[in-house]
Design a binder for this molecule. Structure first.
Ligand code: NDP
Ligand code: MG
Length: 384
């Protein structure tokens, strides 16, 4: 039996992780789950999976959850960051699935690393903002980081049984999102509803908007740089609209190994939970003859400037990727609230990066104060 905690069990990755648990319920036991607002779903999950601990980030909702639970439920209910950290550090849990969205995932992930837990990392923001600091911490505490993000899982799988020192480049595939091939004139007028329609993946709102701006691919470039210890110049982004090749690695002998599969996040989630074992499941098999064509294009980094900004932030280093990420989190929520336009997401991100004086990341506090600075600066820019 493997014991796991799921941070963000009510989200897209969280619910798909629970699907994997259903598929392998003789091998996986859920010890702790967490959510923010969706207490109806947390109630169902508690009844189905009987975790020992459940954290509801929102304090009022945590009390409300207690009131709607059947009286025989023994699950301890906590709230706030203390609860999130308790779920991350839960003694019996060996694997922590980090499936919350945004920088909120940083502190609990650090807490889990310090307990030597295995991190099944979906929350890319942790590596984007923490970079080398997180990777060094994981080495220091012998906490393996296993990627859940489909591209990074593909790269990880392509590297298995290969010499990591012989990487020529990483080939990071991107679907191109709902606005692939569009120009700036078109993008000026796109609405929230248009940006939320992803062609291949069904995901949380934040990452769906990031897929439309290509910021998601940018964050994945940063994630890949730190996870696989390569230079930004060694990462090539390729638009591949069918999302069948999930990414790959070219080695120094010019042989490329990639991982293929239908777009189904349960596959990389299962891989991270059972690594290095491969287990049977009931998911659909890939038929290349049914798919027919796999096509590839260069991304347009002028129109989709968020992708370029991600590369720029890596060249700057220090707190710059964290600032880009924090700025983007604010901008995406402003866009979802219809307060800024689609193109203003990239423009504001660029402005903030230009204003930021990067610092070396010495501790988690450096990252959090860069986040604070970013939020303050965007607020004052918007007021003027
Ligand atoms: P969702 O928006 O679907 O889910 C987010 C989860 O985090 C929910 O459980 C939500 O709770 C919880 N949450 C949100 N805000 C807070 C907060 N302030 N404090 C505590 N918990 C919070 O996101 P996704 O599942 O799509 O993405 C999760 C992470 O995985 C992201 O980092 C994303 O980049 C990454 N990822 C996602 C992929 C996907 O296919 N979805 C693919 C690869 C990576 P509630 O619902 O109760 O409000
Ligand atoms: Mg991805």
């Amino acid at each position: 039996m493997k014991y796991i905690s799921i941070l963000g069990s009510t989200g897209s990755i969280g619910t798909q992780t629970l699907d994997v648990v259903r598929e392998h319920d003789d091998e996986l036991k859920v010890c702790a789950i967490t959510g923010n607002n969706n207490i109806e779903l947390l109630r169902e999950q508690i009844i189905e999976f009987s975790p020992m601990l459940c954290c509801v980030m929102n304090e009022e909702k945590a009390s409300a959850l207690k009131n709607i639970l059947p009286s025989n439920v023994k699950t301890e209910i906590m709230s706030g960051m203390d609860g999130l950290i308790a779920a991350a550090e839960y003694e019996k849990s060996e694997i922590i699935v980090t499936a919350v969205s945004g920088m909120i995932g940083l502190k609990p992930t650090v807490a889990a690393i310090k307990k030597g837990k295995t991190i099944a990392l979906a929350n890319k923001e942790t590596l984007v903002t923490g970079g080398d600091y997180i990777m060094n911490l994981a080495r220091q505490y012998h906490a393996p980081i296993l990627p859940v993000d489909s591209e990074h899982s593909a790269i990880f799988q392509s590297l298995m049984a290969n010499d990591k020192k012989s990487i020529n480049k990483i080939v990071l595939t991107a679907s191109g999102g709902p606005f692939r091939g569009k120009n700036t004139d078109f993008l000026k007028n796109v609405k929230v509803e248009d940006a939320l329609k992803h062609p291949n993946w069904s995901m949380g709102k934040k990452i769906t908007i990031d897929s439309a701006t290509l910021m998601n691919k940018g964050l994945e470039v940063i994630e890949a740089k730190f996870l696989f210890d390569v230079e930004p110049e060694q990462i090539e982004v390729v638009v591949h609209p069918q999302s069948i090749i999930h990414s790959g690695v070219e080695f120094c002998d010019h042989s490329t190994i990639a991982q293929l599969g239908l777009p189904d996040m349960r596959v990389p989630i299962q891989f991270a939970l059972f690594y290095p074992k491969r287990l049977n499941n009931s998911y659909k098999s890939l038929s290349l003859s049914e798919i027919g064509n796999l096509t590839f294009e260069k991304p347009d980094m002028e129109v989709f400037k968020c992708l370029r900004l991600a590369f720029d932030s890596l060249r700057e280093g220090g707190t710059m990727p964290a600032v880009l990420n924090a700025s983007n989190e604010v901008c995406v929520s402003l866009f979802l609230d219809k307060k800024i336009s689609f193109l203003e997401i990239g423009d504001l991100n660029e402005k903030i990066m230009n204003m930021h004086k990067k610092e070396k990341i010495e501790s988690i506090e450096t990252i959090l104060s860069a986040e604070e600075w970013t939020k303050r600066t965007i607020n004052s820019l918007l007021k003027n």
